[in-house]
Ligand binder design. Structure first.
Ligand code: HEM
Length: 446
C-alpha cells in the first residue's frame, strides 16, 4: 500500500509558487511547445502533463499508466491554460482524499490559482463556486445533501422503471421503422434527461417539459450554433417556476418533497440543488447507458446471449463502471491546509482532481492485471461526504438497465453500423463517452 501520509514527501506543493506567470511559463514547457527555460528545482517542470491535449483522449488508460509509472499515485498535471493541479491516481489515495473532507474540501474559493484563471476559462462551469449542495461543506452540506437524499429515497424504483420503459418505448418508436439509428443522441442522452425531469415533477409530454429538455441538452452538451449560456438561463427560470408551482400544489415528486422537508430550504436553495441533481444525473447516466451498449455490441463475451439476457446486461453495466466509467476524472477537492499525500507535499489551496477511472484500474487492487466485474467496490460514484448521494446510484441503475434492456428487447437483432475501431470517444478527459453509436436493425413494420 502507498504511504498516504507521505513520510518521505517531496517539497513540491503546486501552490507554493506565488508567481502565476512562473507556473504558466514553466509548465507550458512540460507540454512540449514552449522553449522557456525553467527555474531550477521547479517540481512541475518537465513532468507535468497537459490534460487538455488531444493526445490521450482516445486511450486515457495509457496516460494513467504512464503517469503512474513516472509519478506514483499523485501526478502533477496541467489543466486548460496550463493551470497546475494534482491528479490522484491511486485507489487508496482517492479513497483517502474523499474520506477526509477536513483536509480536502469542496469549496473551490480556497483555490490558490484564482488570480490566473480568466473569466471565460473552459472549466469554470465545474469549478466556479455556486451556493449549491456541490460546493457546500460541513453542517451546511449535511443539511442540503440530507434533503436530496430523503427526496430521492422516496422514489418508488418500480414506478421509475415503468416510467423509463415508457420513455424508452416512445424514443424507440421514433426510429424503429428506419432500420438505422444513432443511439447516443437519439436515445442514451434522452432517457436519463427525461427520467430526471419527470422525477422532479414535470409532466411527460407537456410543451414546457419538452422546452426544458431541449435547454438542458444545450446547456449541458452544446452543439455548433447553440447558445449554452442563454439555455442555462432558461433552465434556471423554468426550475424556479416549477418550485413556485409545487409550493402551491405539491405532488408525489422530488421537488415537493424538498419543499416540504423540515430542514426548511429556501426556494432559491432548492432551485440550485434541483439543477445540480438533474445535471448530476443526466451526463453520467447517459454515458453509462451508451458505454454499456457499446460493450454489449462489440464484445464477443456478451454477443451470444445479449437479447433479454438480464445477467449479461447487469454484468456489462458493472464492467463499464470498472473499465469505462462515465465520470473518469472529477474536479475536485481543494486542500484546506498544507498536508502530505502519497509522498507529496500538497499546499493549502492546491486543486486535486479525483482520478476515478485510474483508481478503478489501480494495479495495487488488481495485482493480476485482471480488472473484474464481480463486485461493486469501484470508485465510480466517488466516496465520502460528497459521494453521489446514496439512493442516486440505485436510481441510475434502474434508468440505465431499463434503457439497455428495452432497446435489446425491441431490437433483438441490433448490430453496430460501423467497425468497432471507427467509434470515437468524445474529446474530454472528464467524461468518458462516445461521440456517436451508429446501429442497424430490422425495421419495425409501421
Ligand atoms: C439518477 C442519477 C443520479 C443522480 C440523481 C445523481 C446525483 C448526484 C448529486 C446530487 C451529486 C452531488 C453530491 C454532493 O456534492 O454532495 C452527485 C455527485 C456525483 N455523482 Fe451522481 N447522480 C446520478 C448518477 C450518477 C452516475 C451514473 C454516476 C457515475 C457512474 C455518478 C457519479 C457521481 C460522482 C463521481 C459525483 C461526485 C462526488 C464527489 O464530489 O466526490 N452519478 N450525484
Amino acid at each position: 500500500m502507498t504511504d498516504l501520509t507521505g513520510a518521505d514527501a517531496e517539497t513540491d506543493g503546486l501552490g507554493a509558487d506565488p508567481s502565476a506567470a512562473h507556473h504558466r511559463t514553466l509548465t507550458a514547457t512540460a507540454g512540449g511547445n514552449s522553449d522557456a527555460v525553467p527555474p531550477p528545482g521547479c517540481p512541475a517542470h518537465g513532468t507535468a502533463v497537459r490534460l487538455s491535449g488531444l493526445e490521450y483522449q482516445q486511450t486515457p488508460s495509457e496516460l494513467y499508466r504512464s503517469l503512474r509509472r513516472e509519478h506514483g499515485p499523485i501526478a502533477p498535471v496541467l489543466l486548460d491554460g496550463d493551470i497546475p493541479a494534482w491528479l490522484v491516481l491511486g485507489y487508496p489515495e482517492v479513497s483517502y482524499v474523499t474520506q477526509h473532507d477536513e483536509l480536502f474540501a469542496r469549496d473551490s474559493r480556497r483555490w490558490n490559482q484564482w488570480e490566473n484563471i480568466p473569466p471565460d476559462w473552459p472549466l469554470m462551469p465545474y469549478v466556479g463556486y455556486q451556493p449549491s449542495v456541490l460546493f457546500a461543506e460541513g453542517a451546511e452540506h449535511q443539511r442540503r445533501a440530507g434533503v436530496i437524499t430523503q427526496a430521492l429515497e422516496a422514489i418508488d424504483q418500480f414506478e421509475l422503471g415503468h416510467d423509463c420503459r415508457v420513455i424508452a418505448d416512445r424514443l424507440i418508436d421514433g426510429f424503429s421503422g428506419s432500420g438505422v439509428a444513432e443511439l447516443m443522441n437519439s436515445y442514451a442522452h434522452q432517457v436519463p434527461m427525461r427520467a430526471a425531469v419527470q422525477m422532479c415533477g414535470m409532466p411527460a409530454g407537456a410543451a414546457d417539459t419538452e422546452e426544458l429538455v431541449t435547454d438542458l441538452r444545450i446547456s449541458l452538451d452544446a452543439a455548433e450554433g447553440d447558445d449554452p449560456v442563454a439555455a442555462y438561463g432558461r433552465v434556471g427560470e423554468r426550475i424556479a417556476q416549477l418550485v413556485a408551482d409545487k409550493r402551491r400544489n405539491p405532488g408525489p415528486d422530488v421537488t415537493s418533497r424538498m419543499l416540504l422537508h423540515p430542514a426548511g430550504l429556501t426556494d432559491v436553495e432548492i432551485v440550485q440543488d434541483l439543477i445540480s441533481v438533474i445535471a448530476a444525473a443526466q451526463q453520467p447516466t447517459a454515458n453509462w447507458i451508451c458505454n454499456t451498449l457499446r460493450l454489449l455490441l462489440t464484445d464477443n463475451r456478451f454477443a451470444v446471449n445479449v437479447s433479454g439476457g438480464r445477467v449479461s446486461v447487469g454484468q456489462a453495466l458493472n464492467e463499464v463502471l470498472w473499465l469505462d466509467t462515465p465520470t473518469q476524472n472529477f474536479i475536485g477537492r481543494w486542500a484546506v491546509r498544507d498536508t502530505q499525500l502519497g509522498g507529496r507535499l500538497i499546499r493549502a489551496g492546491d486543486c486535486l482532481v479525483l482520478g476515478l477511472a485510474a483508481a478503478n484500474t489501480d494495479p495495487q487492487i488488481w495485482p493480476e492485471a485482471h480488472v473484474g466485474a464481480e463486485n461493486s467496490a469501484h470508485l465510480s460514484f466517488s466516496n465520502g461526504e460528497h459521494r453521489c448521494p446514496y439512493p442516486a446510484p440505485l436510481l441510475a441503475d434502474v434508468i440505465a438497465r431499463t434503457a439497455v434492456e428495452t432497446l435489446l428487447e425491441r431490437m433483438p437483432d441490433v448490430v453496430l453500423d460501423a467497425e468497432p475501431s471507427e467509434l470515437t470517444w468524445r474529446p474530454s478527459i472528464w467524461m468518458r463517452g462516445l461521440t456517436a453509436l451508429p446501429v442497424r436493425f430490422t425495421p419495425a413494420a409501421q
